[in-house]
Design a protein around this ligand. Structure first.
Ligand SMILES: Cc1cc2nc3c(=O)[nH]c(=O)nc-3n(C[C@H](O)[C@H](O)[C@H](O)COP(=O)(O)OP(=O)(O)OC[C@H]3O[C@@H](n4cnc5c(N)ncnc54)[C@H](O)[C@@H]3O)c2cc1C
Length: 384
């Protein structure tokens, strides 16, 4: 009997979504995974295909065009897409709305819901979130992209970098400084593609997540309608922090799914590959390595799902999400390293899935807040 990928907190609604996501990923992503990763891009039409199944809108209320459900449902869908699609880059590209839209949904301005949220959840537009700047990502409170009010517009000047889906996005939820120094001077502003003064500086080449695009964005005297302000002026920091907690949970879930995939590929390989007259799985050392990988995955999965359950019950706390992310990050790094080792020389070759997963895994100690920043959050929360 295989170890379950579902959590004990899940019910029929999660099982249905997992099955649906599994089928979609196996049919629409897996056959193209390698080609899209090598090309550094997946077809834009995939957003609409995913939306048609209802999976793109999971985790958003029906009133804004979503499919209902909560963070645990989103996690379940994203895990299955990674595990069965075998292209992490595609899944994170498809999922950039997951960090770009929630602040807009929370602010609940009807006009913004119609213009930005609904079309994105219908797979018609692509959304990105831009917080990180070339001068620094960890120290969010010090970001320097400035938005100066001028009549019924903001004039935006500055740069963002490492923005997932930034090259193709139809609009970007941008963190800007509208007030004074520090976190109390930050706001979120939606900037649409085609706005004069807004451009993609360049598409960045990166270590992993190849199928997703990552961009540098430039704002030069870019005039953005004041109606695109998300929530209240100078209250963006809280929205950003609330968003991070969800993002960190999704990232932990991705780590679990990547590790599970690396483990499955390794089991299959260890059974098929022979050395010294028997299969690799015939060596106790290899079997135990696989068992250790399974144990680490199970532990990180349990913690991730328990953390999601806390959020679902309204008992969330940034330290829980930070701990879950760090545990899952360390786990996926180790498991992918073991997976490459079990594959020997083939593990180093691009045609093997574990080679890609090993590179993909490196992101998680950096993206969505670094490993060190997660520990800072825990330290502050616990008052060390
Ligand atoms: C593939 C990819 C996709 C991304 N997608 C997005 C996106 O869609 N939107 C977005 O806004 N950003 C995105 N990011 C940016 C990501 O969130 C940042 O890279 C991350 O927050 C770290 O910021 P930084 O790179 O500027 O590193 P820095 O902040 O410069 O940190 C460099 C090093 O110093 C350490 N450090 C910094 N401060 C401290 C401290 N107080 N104590 C101890 N150590 C510290 C860090 O932990 C790190 O090891 C993405 C990044 C990547 C690589």
């Amino acid at each position: 009997m295989a170890l379950s990928t579902a959590s004990l907190f899940e019910d029929e609604s999660h099982a249905r979504l997992r099955e649906q996501a599994r089928r979609f990923a196996a049919k629409a992503i897996a056959p193209h995974a390698r080609a899209w990763e090598e090309a550094g891009e997946f077809p834009r039409t995939l957003y609409a295909e995913l939306a048609e199944t209802g999976l793109l809108g999971v985790g958003y209320p029906e009133e804004v065009g979503g499919a209902g459900g909560d963070v645990s449902h989103t996690l379940a869908v994203s895990e299955e897409l990674v595990l069965h699609g075998k292209s992490v880059g595609t899944v994170v590209g498809l999922g950039s709305h997951g960090i770009a839209l929630p602040p807009i949904v929370r602010a609940a301005a009807p006009e913004q819901i119609e213009r930005f949220v609904r079309p994105t959840l219908a797979g018609k537009t692509i959304a990105a979130l831009a917080i990180t700047e070339p001068g620094g990502g960890s120290d969010v409170a010090r970001l320097t992209t400035r938005a100066r009010r001028d009549g019924d517009h903001y004039v935006v000047n500055g740069q963002k970098t490492f923005i997932t889906s930034g090259v193709r996005a139809d609009f970007v939820t941008v963190a800007v400084r509208t007030g004074g120094e520090g976190h109390a001077g930050l706001s979120l502003l939606v900037v649409e593609r085609g706005t004069p003064g807004f451009s993609v500086g360049r598409k960045l080449e990166k270590m992993g997540w190849w199928a997703s695009d990552t961009a540098e964005l430039v704002f030069e005297s870019c005039r953005v309608p004041a109606a695109n302000l998300v929530g209240e002026e100078n209250e963006g920091f809280l929205a950003i922090m609330l968003n991070f907690a969800n993002e960190r949970l999704y990232l932990a879930g991705q780590c679990v799914a990547i590790a599970e995939l690396a483990h499955r590929e390794s089991v299959e390989y260890a059974r098929a590959r022979h050395a010294f007259g028997k299969s690799l799985a015939g060596f106790q050392v290899v079997r135990h390595k696989l068992a250790d990988m399974a144990a680490r995955i199970a532990a990180a999965r349990a913690l991730t799902h328990e953390t999601a359950e806390r959020y679902r019950r309204g008992e969330g706390n940034p330290a829980y999400a930070a701990i879950a992310k760090n545990v899952a990050t360390d786990m996926v790094t180790d498991v992918c390293d073991d997976a490459v080792q079990i594959h020997g020389g083939y593990g180093y070759m691009r045609e093997y899935v574990v080679e890609r997963l090993y590179r993909d895994a490196r992101l998680y100690a950096i993206g969505g807040g670094t490993r060190e920043i997660m520990n800072e959050i825990v330290s502050k929360t616990e008052g060390y």
